[in-house]
Design a protein around this ligand. Structure first.
Ligand code: ZN
Length: 91
């Protein structure tokens, strides 16, 4: 039994920001970060429009980063739930 609580939102938490993602974007390596983090990663690189994944160190090009619609929809769905349901749903 799995209770859907605020604490169980770890699937929606950015591994860099440690907060629920507002705009989850997936890198070609498969790791997902908030867009804010990706913007920062790209800016830190000397060559514009590229970056390195902080989890697996694989290089990526900014144009290959896409919005993770499935995760975005799941986060929106969760946020739309009344607080009472959030703490009592069993998945
Ligand atoms: Zn990665």
């Amino acid at each position: 039994m799995f209770a859907l609580t605020r604490e169980s939102l770890t699937w929606a938490v950015c591994p860099v920001l440690h907060a629920v993602m507002k705009e989850p974007h997936v890198l070609p390596c498969g790791h997902t970060f908030d867009k804010k983090v990706i913007r920062r990663l790209v800016r830190m690189r000397p060559r514009p429009a590229s970056g390195v994944c902080p989890l697996c160190q694989k290089k990526f090009k900014n144009r290959d980063v896409v919005l993770n619609y499935a995760l975005l929809d799941a986060i929106k769905w969760y946020k739309s739930l009344p607080a009472m349901i959030k703490s009592s749903i069993d998945l």
